[in-house]
Design a protein around this ligand. Structure first.
Ligand SMILES: [Zn+2]
Length: 330
């Protein structure tokens, strides 16, 4: 082998057991981001999706943090939905992305007179551009204006019913588990990289020792009440600690948010470990990237490569990042 080169000394290759075949298809696996807020990003950030192999995405039109008005009025929420829908054609065209929109009432801040919104969501759900009801689901503590658990359950259940009626998937956030999160690089303030005044957070309405699991349990009950099949519901912001519970006790999809580990603590290794242990069937990956927090869009592609390095088969990786979301979104 080495004799074609002028230097005829053995190399590492000749001491080793030979070259491993490189699965070059990893470089071209398309992926789908089922949960982001890319309509709130810059052109340059959206370009990163295309550059790193994203084929399709669902941009959540819901986001209390994107409207500065609190308590949130129904027209504030309508503005967010319509803004995402109206930007959609240019985003699709400019970035060559099969983007769609998620429509929903976020529970991160109380929304007044939310009945008015529930009345019109079915009209949005019927649009071709709308691929999901989201993001919805219980929130542990609201920003500026608190929302009782009973009302949050009501608004969530009724949106899950709309998802069931329209045969759409529902994307549900789950509370961040900040128990073990440390911010070693920040002395001042405990949430770096988030445009949110934490002093305005209200008292938690989920009060157990483990609010993330409490929220998951209630959300799953609401899904059953609403008659939405498990394979049409995604629980977002999964992590290594909650994933086994969800995989063993529910029939929902789990989605790992990989683009801001500084807050959620999810690494590509965590995703690989869960896929290795439980198989790829109900696992998804998402960026949840939004203009209000520090996030890394390339983390999605990095997760694909890292899963391979961690020993996950190429076929399983492809299922997690492409086939599963495709099936979910039909
Ligand atoms: Zn989100």
């Amino acid at each position: 082998m080495a004799q074609e080169y002028p230097t005829q000394r053995p190399t590492d290759l000749e001491h080793g057991s030979g070259e491993e075949s490189i699965p070059t298809e990893l470089n071209s696996i398309p992926w789908i981001d089922i949960h982001n807020h890319a309509q709130t990003l810059s052109w340059n950030d959206r370009e990163k999706f295309t550059l790193s192999g994203c084929e399709s995405m669902v941009m959540m039109g819901a986001g209390y943090y994107w409207t500065p008005y609190k308590p949130v009025e129904p027209e504030d929420v309508r503005y967010l939905w319509d803004d995402a829908l109206n930007r959609l054609p240019q985003i699709r065209q400019s970035h060559l992305l099969d983007a769609k929109v998620g429509i929903g009432i976020h529970t991160g801040a109380r929304v007044k007179d939310y009945d008015q919104l529930l009345d019109v969501i079915p009209e949005y759900a019927a649009l071709d551009e709308v691929a999901a009801i989201g993001e919805i689901g219980l929130t542990e503590a609201q920003h500026v204006s608190g929302w009782s658990l009973e009302e949050q359950k009501d608004v969530t259940r009724r949106q899950l019913e709309i998802a069931a009626d329209h045969d759409l998937p529902a994307i549900l956030h789950t509370p961040a588990d900040l128990e073990d999160v440390e911010f070693p690089d920040r002395i001042r303030g405990n949430i770096p990289g988030y445009e949110l005044d934490l002093s305005l957070q209200q008292e938690p309405v989920l009060t157990s020792d483990y609010p993330k699991r409490e929220a998951v349990e209630i959300d799953v009950e609401l899904k059953d009440d609403a008659g939405l099949p498990g394979d049409q519901m995604v629980l977002s912001h999964m992590d290594k600690k909650i994933a086994p519970y969800v995989l063993e006790n529910t029939d929902c999809y789990l989605s790992f948010t990989v683009s801001y580990p500084w807050l959620l603590g999810v690494s590509p290794t965590d995703v690989a470990e869960i896929v290795a242990e439980y198989g790829p069937d109900r696992i998804l990956v998402e960026t949840d990237s939004a203009g209000v927090l520090r996030s890394d869009i390339f983390a999605f592609k990095r997760t694909i490569l890292e899963m391979y390095r961690m020993g996950v088969d190429v076929e399983d990786i492809r299922q997690v990042v492409y086939e599963n979301p495709r099936e979910l979104l039909d």
